[in-house]
Design a protein around this ligand. Sequence first.
Ligand SMILES: Cc1ncc(COP(=O)(O)O)c(C=O)c1O
Length: 416
Amino acid sequence: MKSTSGKLAIEGGHPVRSASWPAWPVWDDSDERVLVEALRSGKWGVGGERVPELECQFAGLHDARFGVACCNGTIALQIALIAAGIEPGDHVITTPYTFMATALSILAVDAIPVFVDVEPGTHNIDPNQIEAALTDRTSAIMPVHIGGRPADMDRINDIARRRGLKVVEDAAQAWLASWNATPVGAIGDAGTFSFQSSKNLTAGEGGMILTNDEDLFQRAWSYHNCGRRLGGAWYDHAYAGMNYRLTELQAALLLNGLARLPEQQARRQAAMAILERDLAGVPGVLMPDRDERVTAHACHILMVRLDQEQFSLDKMRIVQALQAEGIPAHPGYTVPLYKQDFFDWFADRRTPAGGIWNELFPIPFNDYSLPVCERLCASTIWIKQDVLLAGPEQMSDVVDAFVKVLEAAREGRLSG
Ligand SMILES: Cc1ncc(COP(=O)(O)O)c(C=O)c1O
């Protein structure tokens, strides 16, 4: 039974929703069939036809000329940076409102992530902050299309062109998203995607690099395949690449998932549209800015902001109260990425040439203070793709739960 007023479920009242949400990942007999077909083909890795087919289809759907499938999205980013020519000591400008893989991939090529603040209404890198962060060592910008919402690729590409920088898009959460009707991934020099378990398209793990640049493609392909030359002999290693290949079994699942994706995305988009409309009217809630240039949102995450002027309560308490009402709200990134300890660990490492990393290339991670990102981390609640997949007709439960919980919070009935 729905209860949109009265005692909160977290305080022992009736929850807004007791029905379950769609299970993720979605799979059926067709996934079993394609997996068994791949198994029986006897080609589980190199030499199969599914990986090249996936690269071709995925690139085609994103209007990209080339695709390189690899074992995960973190490695895809690292390879894209190497293939784009990013060198040790380079600065790569990126956003602190992201998963750690964004910055880790930069550190993994011995380059330095330089964080700039984000836009409050999009959670994406703020192009206005980029130019002030440029140094003579800046070689790339890595925007993240966070939650599946494209970053402002017009401004980012414009700055990059004027300054001779590479653009590597972290599109890990942005399958089929588009900016000004151009799919993300190859709007910059290269872009990468993730097929990890929680993602809208998944094979448990997996990644993809897209590009329109043939040289970059050849380097990326070579690096992910033990440094072999594209079209070259098996024992001809031109380059110190690694083995970062995807398997045929994963490609079979991804091809099958790709066939489902447009219908699933349409369902998520319809659900997101309802939430954007109805949550906007809930006191204390701030919704993302509308922007007509976002021509397709991948709907991995809907970012719901709490108006901090109206609540002094810790957002975790509100998340817990929503969860008790039967809504799997998620706290998302609770601190900006630069506050993570792994940067200190990295800075204290010895470099291959001797000396401590932080002495050669000082990394001011402890000095960052990017106020918009810090505010968003404290105030943003995620509604994720599996909830959106339930479709527009189920979204009234999400809205009712926000109304109930936030009303109680404003009236002081939700204790901290
Ligand atoms: C923004 C972002 N970048 C990179 C990654 C890395 O992808 P993967 O988990 O496939 O290594 C993820 C996903 O987890 C992500 O969300």
